[in-house]
Ligand binder design. Structure first.
Ligand SMILES: C[S@@+](CC[C@H](N)C(=O)[O-])C[C@H]1O[C@@H](n2cnc3c(N)ncnc32)[C@H](O)[C@@H]1O
Length: 180
């Protein structure tokens, strides 16, 4: 069965450009000239705006179709970004970065939500079925996972406009620093 990530054009319909999220990641990356690694970069939804902001970006992802789409998106926008195939659970690039971004639902291991997307047009009903699995991280669990990964939690928000994280929030957004 095809994954949604085998069909990046459909993925882009599910996850379109989002100005608040772009702004958040561009600000978090720290500006022109910063060396930024974006893990699970997908089709480049944030890699391309990061590169356009002047950051020196490498986007890494497991999915070849998503990376191909990201390369095309960067070329189309006329920005320079490097894309590499990697498994973010275990990789070595041998380079140092000023900022590392993992954007928007990019860690499927366990505690997994499984959804089935059925795609239709006016002419064709259910022309494609793409299962999607996303790991859910509980709010209480996230700070512990970050700490176990050697990161110190600096700020935590409930949305990309930096609103507070509350029981009604739909997102968890974290800004961290490496522990020294
Ligand atoms: C929900 S998409 C998010 C893509 C992008 N960050 C965005 O917000 O549009 C999840 C991405 O994670 C990638 N991915 C899943 N497991 C991965 C892993 N272990 N290593 C690297 N990439 C992975 C998938 O191929 C997919 O492109």
């Amino acid at each position: 069965m095809q994954s949604l990530y085998d069909d990046p054009e459909l993925y882009d319909l599910v996850a379109p450009a989002d100005a608040a999220m772009e702004r958040f990641y561009v600000e978090a990356a720290g500006g022109p000239g910063r060396r930024v690694l974006e893990l699970a970069c997908g089709s480049g939804r944030f890699t391309v705006p990061l590169a356009a902001s002047g950051a020196l970006v490498i986007g890494g992802d497991l999915s070849q179709p998503m990376l191909a789409r990201a390369r095309a998106a960067a070329a189309e926008r006329g920005v320079s970004a490097e894309f590499v195939t990697l498994d973010m659970r275990d990789f070595v690039l041998g380079r140092r970065f000023d900022a590392i971004v993992i954007a928007a639902n990019s860690d499927p291991i366990s505690q997994v939500m499984r959804t089935d997307w059925y795609w239709s047009t006016a002419e064709h009903n259910d022309f494609r079925h793409t299962p999607l699995e996303l790991r859910q991280i509980f709010p209480q669990e996230l700070p512990l996972l970050l700490e176990a990964g050697g990161l110190r939690l600096l700020e935590r928000f409930g949305d990309f406009d930096r609103g507070p994280l509350t029981a009604a929030s739909h997102r968890q957004v974290c800004v961290c620093a490496a522990m020294v």
